[in-house]
Design a protein around this ligand. Sequence first.
Ligand SMILES: Cc1ncc(COP(=O)(O)O)c(C=O)c1O
Length: 283
Amino acid sequence: MSYPDIVLLAEGKPVCVPCSQNNQFKLRAEDLAAAIGPKTKWVILNSPSNPTGAAYSRAELKALTDVLVQHPHVWVLTDDMYEHLVYDDFVFATAAEVEPRLYERTLTMNGVSKAYCMTGWRIGYAAGPVPLIKAIAKVQSQSTTNPSSISQAAAVEALNGPQDFIPVHNAAFRARRDLVVDMLNKAQGLHCQGDRQRRRFRDLPARGRRRGSGAGLGLRPVALLPHLLRDLDRGADRGLQAHPAGLRRARVDAAAESSPSPAPRERVASVARRVRVWPTDSS
Ligand SMILES: Cc1ncc(COP(=O)(O)O)c(C=O)c1O
């Protein structure tokens, strides 16, 4: 979600290509092809994605890499941060392995923040062509002067150490996600789309409107969110945020520990009853 600002900082022009809800919030090959122009420098792909949780199968990635192969002036950055946070039978894939012809112009990024619960250690890493990595190292060593050696050692330990806790964590995340998805879909007028098997996050397309003459909450579209935030228990609602790409959707982060009490669910249902929410459109 920081990428548009990062591009602006680098004096580039960010171009966000719509990923339609009809396509499970995934980028279509034809839309990617249409968005690439002579001035395009980089294409940034993020799968599994934050905020929608959309995750691309190998075949879906191949459709995108087939387009990218046609545009040799374009470099590819893949943010694979959620590589390990997948459910059921989903098999993670990344562009550089799906299409070796992109290898020399792909930067593959990852980090220890998510799968290893090490956000505070501030370690991300990347692999790519040597000249690019050398340039990145130069900029980093002269700007942040690099992450602490303690964090680096901890990250090496995380990556080389036992990985058996990851499926255990994923099972807990999956249970929380199922709870959140059921809660949202049971609330009148809220819709939480999707393939329950594969996603971590769900969007809740929500368009409120005035019920007329001051009845109900009289909410404008985005005003639903603060009401939900205020009405929910802390912990159950920590991840509820407006979707950066549109005011009619919210992201619910199902990673927060679930509340044993049914109160948050009842409150979501009660707020939803008081706010009229229109069905989603096709955007
Ligand atoms: C897709 C994605 N990439 C990268 C990051 C950066 O993580 P961090 O700054 O904690 O290493 C995040 C954080 O939320 C993310 O969602």
